[in-house]
Design a protein around this ligand. Structure first.
Ligand code: FPP
Ligand code: MG
Length: 334
């Protein structure tokens, strides 16, 4: 089976039947999610159901991922984030962990062999997670893929690998604490917006829709922060059996709930802005001295401006640090 890992492509380019084109036209009358997150669950149950071994189940899972990516592009979904390997998955048997690592090793290698397609599709591949937990050769291949594709903008694929949401939040908090101690930001700059931008997903909008297959109805430590206002779709189908029809069903579910989700999201954005403004005023009022001639309003505006600059510079610094992490691994391996 491991031998088969080499074969299948990331770009299957399947022909689309006329009725699929028609369905897409109809769906396009409503809002289409731009960013979809997927928990690809049920590979092992699929393997048992079809008397295969686990490795083959995971391989079928990978092949399904490549198909789903095409379906998403067909429909106008330009960013997809998938849960490919959780930090919790390290607790599975050694045999299975090795199998998933081998699958990743072969597939990321294969992706680098398909460089022309990466360019043609204009896809940026990011790997989100605690990459240093992975074997060093996989880190190197991942770093190559990430650095090679980083400037592409037509489509984005985020592969969460060695990822859990709580680990991501802890990492972000450590970065922020370091930023405060280095004097890049002030402790009063710490806000929901700053934490959000410091996550691995910091340069993406939050997912509009999250899909989990296999009938499980939990998030399993995946994008807990980012899905606060996402539409959740739990589908009772094993991941390798997921079809275009299931995807259309999820989009309809998103469209039916769109207004309500949008209202909640906008309300939250307004609340966050108000809280930030109140905090700016409070800080300025506390620091203001008697002889100050400028109005509180002017000072608060100035303060907000400086705060935004500090935060943006810090976020930029974090992104550069992550780029450098991958860049260093990629150049070391050459
Ligand atoms: C969950 O099914 C699936 C996984 C833990 C692995 C998912 C990985 C892929 C589909 C391949 C991705 C590879 C790359 C290189 C991006 P499960 O094992 O939990 O199955 P079960 O729920 O039936 O037990
Ligand atoms: Mg599972």
């Amino acid at each position: 089976v491991y031998w088969c890992f080499k074969m299948s492509t990331w770009f299957p380019e399947q022909p689309k039947a006329w009725y699929h084109k028609m369905c897409i036209r109809i769906l396009e009358f409503g809002p289409i999610p731009k960013h979809v997150a997927v928990i690809m669950d049920g590979n092992r149950r699929f393997a048992v159901k079809n008397s295969m071994d686990r490795a083959e189940g995971h391989l079928k899972g990978f092949d399904k991922l490549t198909e789903v990516l095409e379906w998403c592009l067909d429909i106008g979904i330009t960013e997809v984030t998938v849960y490919a390997f959780s930090i919790e998955n390290f607790k599975r048997s050694k045999e299975e962990v090795d199998c998933l690592m081998e699958l990743a090793r072969k597939k990321f290698k294969r992706l680098m062999e398909e460089k022309d397609k990466i360019k043609e599709y204009g896809v940026c591949v990011r790997v989100l997670g605690n990459v240093s937990l992975l074997p060093s050769d996989i880190q190197e291949i991942i770093a190559e893929v990430v650095t090679f594709s980083k400037d592409n903008t037509r489509a984005i694929l985020n592969v969460c690998f060695a990822y859990t949401s709580r680990d991501e939040m802890c990492t972000a908090m450590k970065e922020i604490a370091e930023g405060v101690s280095l004097g890049l930001i002030k402790d009063s700059d710490v806000s929901e917006a700053l934490l959000e931008k410091s996550l691995y997903t910091g340069n993406s909008p939050n997912p509009d829709l999250l899909v989990r297959t296999s009938g499980e109805v939990r998030l399993s430590d995946f994008l807990l922060w980012q899905t606060a206002y996402s539409c959740l779709a739990f589908v009772k189908v094993l991941w390798p059996e997921f079809s275009r029809w299931h995807l259309y069903g999820c989009i309809l579910h998103y469209q039916r709930n769109y207004q309500q989700l949008q209202r909640a999201k906008e309300q939250n954005e307004a609340d966050q802005l108000r809280l930030q403004r109140e905090s700016d005023y409070e800080i300025v009022a506390q620091e203001m001295d008697q002889s100050e001639t400028k109005s509180l309003h002017t000072l608060a505006k100035q303060y907000a401006n400086d705060r935004e600059n500090r935060v943006n510079n810090f976020v930029q610094y974090l992104h550069e640090k992550r780029d450098k992490f991958f860049h260093d691994i990629a150049t070391k391996s050459k």
